[in-house]
Design a protein around this ligand. Structure first.
Ligand code: CA
Length: 433
């Protein structure tokens, strides 16, 4: 499943012109899954191809797709397809690739039904792709953990467990929303350092976190574990994820049990799930740990040659209400890489299940903020402005320490490698208001 196959061949072209544009996120080599709704219709499973969506159930009804994977796509969420496991995903992907590629057999048959087989992305509503039973957020970037730790504990930025355990907390599934959903500024308790008592009111330190979310496919039974070497077979795919955070609420509440209301008011995901199989050309070996760092314990060690890291470049864009009204383009705030994370998604999956906790199809695992050492690679405003010390200058003269009402944050992500077609994730956006 981790090796590129014929569906990744760089010279494949689709019979849908927009999928052949060099800058599209959705060439025929990608084929990400989502859920969409035409006006007045039910939710349906689709696959992004260029600026269009392939209606999977319509393709199955026309006998262009068959098998258990295609059958599971009659549903209104992806949970059923996720539960089937990698063999069914691979079978369906191969059929879809053959259907959509320029030299495949699907074109002539498909054109007959093009009216309902394809729909323009701009004409539909994109929905949350799966029912999220449980959402867990990790903390897998050593740079992020070190930066945040040094702000709060200058003498001891990194806690002693960090290099042994993929740190995480159980988040809130009910407030996971799809890109484009407005984010209401939360109220909460905050206690300024100089104040004697906390106050309750709107957060003054609203932030985003640039993350990637892994969607669990087939799960594990309660009491069973998932070996790290097999853990990638339990990952259906990845979306972009913004873990909105109220830093003032978080700072007052997080000890001793961890994040709570400073996080649970909203988590935004991108609507398209790029499958783990689509990422095969971009899976790379995990970077070697620094001299002196402990080796992962055996249950977290897939070996130095396991290609469990993802060479995914991530960008953050910010546009204020004033910028929008003046027609100013969004500001590029930071760029990070998922490949440099200290812990991989397979390690997070194996760790999560290591006590026998059952993961289920559609569970969502956040990577934690993706940050690098340089200021331009810091994936949240807390780090980017160093808690408000280094204000961010916006085009038009505004400045930001944290988010203001009307600010819109958009995450984008793209995988590119010599010899392969670049693929992308589409946008993950949300406006504060
Ligand atoms: Ca987070």
């Amino acid at each position: 499943m981790n090796a590129p196959n014929e569906t990744h061949a760089p010279d494949l072209r689709a019979w849908i012109d927009s999928a052949n544009a060099p800058d599209t996120d959705f060439p025929v080599q990608n084929l990400p899954f989502g859920v969409f709704r035409r006006p007045g219709d039910r939710a349906r499973i689709g696959v992004a191809i260029g600026d269009q969506i392939l209606d999977v159930a319509v393709a199955r009804g026309a006998r262009m797709l068959e098998g258990s994977g295609a059958e599971a796509c009659e549903a209104e969420t992806l949970n059923g397809l996720m539960a089937l496991g990698p063999e069914a995903w691979t079978e369906l992907r191969a059929q879809m690739s053959a259907l959509l590629r320029e030299d495949g057999g699907g074109r002539s048959a498909a054109v007959v039904r093009e009216g309902d087989l394809l729909v323009a992305q701009r004409d539909v509503e994109l929905l949350l792709p799966a029912r999220v039973g449980d959402y867990t957020d990790f903390y897998a970037s050593l740079d992020h953990a070190t930066h945040v730790g040094s702000m709060f504990r200058p003498d001891n930025p990194l806690l002693p467990n960090y290099k042994w355990i993929p740190i995480g907390y159980h988040g809130r599934a009910s407030s996971v929303v799809v890109s484009g959903t407005p984010v209401r500024r939360p109220s909460g308790q905050r206690k300024p350092p100089e104040a004697e008592a906390p106050v309750f009111g709107p957060s003054r330190m609203l932030d985003y976190e640039l993350e990637v979310g892994a969607w669990i496919g087939a799960g594990n039974a309660l009491g069973e574990t998932i070996p790290v070497a097999d853990a990638d077979r339990h990952i259906f795919g990845l979306s972009l994820l913004n873990d909105w955070s109220a830093r003032d609420v978080q700072a007052w509440e997080y000890q001793p049990l961890g994040p709570f209301l400073g996080k649970s008011f909203a988590t935004t995901v991108s609507p398209w799930i790029v499958t783990w199989e689509a990422l095969a050309p971009f899976l790379v070996e995990v970077p070697a740990r620094a001299p002196g760092d402990p080796a992962p314990l055996p249950y977290l060690d897939a070996g130095s040659t396991a290609r469990h890291a993802v060479a995914l470049t991530l960008d953050v864009w910010l546009q204020s209400a004033a910028m929008r009204s003046r027609g100013l383009a969004p500001l590029h705030v930071s760029r990070g890489s998922l490949a440099g994370m200290y812990w991989t998604f397979p390690q997070m999956v194996a760790h999560h299940a290591s006590n026998g906790c059952n993961l289920r199809p559609g569970d969502l695992l956040g990577s934690g903020t993706v940050s690098g050492p340089e200021p331009e690679a810091r994936g949240c405003l807390l780090e980017r402005t160093w808690r408000g010390r280094d204000l961010l200058a916006l085009p038009g003269g505004e400045q930001r320490a944290f988010l203001e009402d009307g600010d819109e944050v958009t995450l984008t992500g793209r995988c590119a490698r010599e010899g392969y077609r670049a693929i992308g994730f589409g946008g993950c956006g949300g406006r504060v208001g």
